[in-house]
Design a protein around this ligand. Structure first.
Ligand SMILES: Nc1nc2c(ncn2[C@@H]2O[C@H](COP(=O)(O)OP(=O)(O)O)[C@@H](O)[C@H]2O)c(=O)[nH]1
Ligand SMILES: [Mg+2]
Length: 470
């Protein structure tokens, strides 16, 4: 660990003590990381989570809530003064207004502190005094976790890997064509470099649209305030025989290294290293709908993501963690309200299987992990309809265009291998089934006092994540 790292750690600790004052020393803080690739459902998850922790009658699966031990829950100023606050009020207003709509998409790190006054569990519950427990929720893009793998790669290795993976992808054709006109050995032309980086970024967006998750560098998709900076102006190249000084290859190589040192590492240092509990949201249904290639890619991306939770795998990261670790990791397949509950078990089984390899490694590292199918905000109701003389278990909701419709997503297989097998073997499409997806608008809410927004298994998710700390 360098001096800079030590100083960083110290300042961070002192700041977090100072900000909350003297008492903070005795008040436990749980840092809950919420991540997932973009559109996985992070913003909706955090908004509904907070609303349901403030008003807990739909949280019977959280034992501190069902035992009535939570005397109060309240939002507080977060200790981190330089991280944007998660805009809970605005997101809740979007979901719960008279014309409910999904919150606008967000693309960087944000935080929110929720504090509880909670009585201890067990026999002495009535005797001992209530204590304060803080829950710091950190929302960060899963794309940024994928960048961890870059730390172990040289520019040359990364370029080779990317070019091999994208060779057969339709979405990459324009970039690969542009690449032909660029010689890595030639002197860098900044205008051409910018154009090439832009074209590579366009490929990443197209790949994301097509359902692929292996999109590095993560900041190209979600640049925040780094847009246009040199650290983001590079792209993978075919290695030239010779790369003289000043050549595109050499300069891209330097920028790749700068990206690692000045973008990737600070993210892990500032936001990731302090996390105790983690939920990884995964749009499994969306990937199934997009087809076998997208599902296989999601599996690979999840395995890579999990590498971040096994600090032993990466020397730099293990120094940063200094023996700490993320204690619990939940993989939650989101948007389960697209399926009738009779299929939720299958969705969970598919999520488990999808993550099996990755989970084995995380369990090995001592973290507890679990897979679950949830809906942070339930937008549908269930209904059984007759179709061609057959009973179909459907869901019904309001579509984005205002129409009301019953919807059948298709029948998920009982055996996850029926999907994962063909995905692994590179099948072009699902053979014996067709999976649909539909975007529902959030349903208008009529909440009784004490009630948070309707959800599916959000309470169980929270119980697994932080139940032992309340
Ligand atoms: N039906 C349903 N749709 C959801 C749910 N959560 C998220 N979505 C959909 O997924 C989209 C992306 O969610 P968001 O939270 O913004 O994803 P983020 O990019 O990970 O923050 C939303 O606009 C909704 O269309 C859910 O619980 N149920
Ligand atoms: Mg978001």
């Amino acid at each position: 660990m360098g001096l800079g790292d030590i100083a960083d750690n110290l300042t961070r600790r002192i700041e977090s003590l100072g900000a909350a004052g003297h008492e903070a020393l005795f008040e436990p803080v749980i840092r809950l990381g919420v991540t997932g690739l973009s559109r996985a459902g992070k913003t909706v998850f955090i908004t509904s989570l907070v609303a349901n922790l403030l008003n807990r009658s739909r949280m019977q699966g959280l034992s501190a809530a069902s035992e009535g031990r939570i005397e109060a829950a309240f939002l507080q100023p977060q200790p981190d003064l330089t991280v944007p606050r998660f805009d809970y009020e605005a997101h809740l207003a979007a979901l719960s207004g008279p014309r409910p709509h999904w919150p606008a998409s967000t693309s960087s790190v944000s935080e929110l502190r929720l504090s509880f006054r909670v009585r201890p569990a067990g026999m002495l519950s009535g005797l001992r005094r209530a204590r304060i427990v803080h829950l710091d929720i950190v929302d960060y893009p899963g794309e940024w976790l994928l960048d961890l793998a870059l730390l172990d790669l040289s520019y040359g290795d990364w370029s080779a890997q990317v070019l091999e993976r994208i060779a057969a992808r339709e979405a990459a054709a324009p970039y690969l064509a542009a690449l032909k006109a660029n010689d890595g050995a030639a002197k860098l032309d900044e205008v051409a470099a910018k154009a090439l980086a832009a074209q590579y970024t366009a490929y990443l967006h197209a790949a994301r649209e097509a359902g692929f998750a292996d999109c590095t560098p993560g900041r190209f998709l979600l640049p925040g305030d780094l847009a246009g900076s040199p650290a983001l102006t590079f792209a993978p190249l075919a290695r030239p025989d010779k790369a003289p000084r000043g050549s595109t290859w050499r300069i891209f190589e330097r920028r790749f290294e700068a990206y690692k040192a000045q973008v990737v590492k600070p993210f892990f240092r500032r936001h990731f290293a302090g996390i105790d509990r983690q939920v990884v949201l995964v749009d499994v249904l969306g990937a199934i709908h997009a087809g076998p290639a997208a599902l296989e890619d999601l599996r690979r991306a999840m395995a890579e993501t999990l590498a971040a939770f096994r600090p032993g795998r990466n020397a730099w990261l293990s120094r940063l963690f200094m023996g700490r670790r993320v204690e619990r990791i939940l993989f939650a397949a989101t948007k389960a309200d697209h399926l009738h509950h009779s299929q939720h078990g299958r969705l969970t089984a598919i999520t488990e299987a999808l993550l099996a390899e990755a989970r084995r490694r995380a369990d090995f590292a001592g973290a507890q992990s679990r897979a679950m199918a949830i809906a942070a905000l339930r937008a549908t109701t269930e209904e059984t309809i007759e179709h061609d003389g057959r009973k179909l278990d459907c869901v019904r909701g309001t579509l984005l265009d205002g129409r009301n419709a019953a919807f059948y997503a298709g029948e998920l297989p009982r055996d996850p291998a029926r999907l994962l097998g063909p995905a692994r073997e590179g099948a072009q499409k699902w053979l014996d089934a067709d999976y649909q997806i539909m975007r529902f608008a959030p349903a208008p809410l009529e909440l009784a006092p004490g009630e948070g927004p309707p959800h599916i298994r959000l309470d169980k998710a929270v119980q697994f994540l932080i139940g032992d700390k309340l």
